[in-house]
Design a protein around this ligand. Structure first.
Ligand SMILES: NC(=O)c1ccc[n+]([C@@H]2O[C@H](COP(=O)([O-])OP(=O)(O)OC[C@H]3O[C@@H](n4cnc5c(N)ncnc54)[C@H](OP(=O)(O)O)[C@@H]3O)[C@@H](O)[C@H]2O)c1
Length: 250
């Protein structure tokens, strides 16, 4: 119960990693604010948390909208009194070789994955500096932040930027009591790691051949790492970009 009575924001909490991380924090005593665009999926996350005896609220937000992100943070502080932990997890994927990628796809990926994390950091840091403490974990990716893969240029650029932004913001804010780190996962057990037309069995076969560990990462494995980074157990971890990719970048 490392997060008893703490207020934790998770973006992109209606699905995949975000939902698993939200449930993890709630299971350790936090009040969780599940944020994202789709109200129904967020409310489903809240229901799952409440069914397990936890506390959560759903607030819709588009992380590319600065005014909406500012409103989200204001609402959290007004309703719950503070913001102890934020996990900036919302993100999208788009494949396409650099020479072929439509400019709109490039702009959309950068807007959600990079500007979205920048805007969240900006408003979260302001609230946390005002209260004199806080922890932020950004979800980057091993692709871009640590390895390069042909056909994934925009996503790689967007996540390399998250890694750089994490370390810069960490240095800027640790003196004010705000601790910032990132996690860079490899392929995880969510829909995002499926290639177009690929089944879970196809993915398992591909990953068995291509990833040193031979399997995708389980949601429990990323959740455990994010919770550790957000906890006092990781109190000396500042500006870390922790690669969690089954050996891909080793
Ligand atoms: N799965 C992997 O293999 C893998 C590997 C490395 C890194 N990651 C990273 O892990 C994070 C979570 O991925 P996932 O696998 O859980 O994928 P996912 O299920 O697609 O989750 C992404 C979440 O982000 C939300 N989102 C997208 N655009 C948004 C916006 N503009 N504003 C607010 N929320 C938005 C989506 O909800 P709405 O559409 O309802 O808003 C969704 O809940 C992403 O940052 C991803 O890049 C994943």
């Amino acid at each position: 119960m490392r997060f008893t009575d703490m207020v934790v924001l998770v973006t992109g909490a209606g699905t995949g990693v975000g939902r698993a991380v939200a449930r993890g924090f709630a299971g350790e005593g936090a009040t969780v604010v599940a944020a994202g665009r789709g109200r129904e999926s967020l409310e489903q996350t809240v229901k799952l948390i409440e069914a397990g005896g936890g506390r959560a609220a759903a607030i819709t937000v588009d992380v590319t909208d600065s005014a909406a992100v500012a409103r989200l943070i204001r609402e959290i502080v007004a309703r719950f009194g503070r913001l102890d932990v934020a996990v900036n997890n919302a993100g999208i994927f788009a494949a396409g070789a650099v020479a072929d990628m439509p400019e709109e796809d490039w702009a959309r990926v950068l807007q959600v994955n990079t500007t979205g994390v920048f805007l969240a950091l900006k408003h979260e840091i302001a609230a946390m500096r005002a209260q004199g403490s806080g922890v932020i974990v950004n979800i980057a990716s091993n692709i871009g932040a640590h390895i390069r893969v042909p056909g994934v240029g925009a996503y790689a650029a967007s996540k390399a930027a998250v890694s750089a932004l994490t370390r810069t913001a960490a240095l800027e804010n640790i003196g004010a009591g705000v601790r910032i780190n990132a996690v860079s996962p490899g392929p995880l057990d969510t829909a995002m790691s499926l290639r177009p037309g690929e089944t879970e069995d196809d993915r398992a076969a591909r990953v068995r051949e291509s990833l040193p560990i031979g399997r995708v990462g389980a949601l429990d494995e990323i959740t455990g790492t994010v919770l550790w980074l957000a906890s006092d157990d990781a109190g000396f971890a500042v500006g870390l970009d922790l690669v969690l990719d089954g050996g891909a970048s080793a």
